[in-house]
Design a protein. Structure first.
Length: 85
């Protein structure tokens, strides 16, 4: 119960974009094409765009040179306030 947002950490290089490590929220999923809608936070560079789930998976698997670990995702949830609190 509450508002949820999925944010992906991925390599832009893997998607043939400029830059490398990046975070963006996901706006939706289209089952017929197996694509996700990336709501890029750098809209001046990349407006919202569709990316295949397989391509995003590979972009998240790309190793971050600073940490030596792969990238990934996080699900953020805003919970409802408790009554009286």
């Amino acid at each position: 119960d509450g508002f949820q947002v999925l944010v992906v950490a991925y390599s832009r290089k893997q998607l043939l974009q400029t830059g490398d490590g990046h975070y963006s929220p996901i706006g939706g999923y289209h089952r017929g094409s197996d694509k996700i809608l990336v709501l890029d936070v750098a809209r001046f560079k990349h407006p919202p765009h569709w990316v295949s789930l397989a391509d995003m998976h590979e972009a998240m698997r790309h190793i971050d040179p600073d940490t030596g670990r792969c990238r990934g995702f996080i699900k953020l949830t805003k919970r409802r306030a408790l009554a009286g609190g």
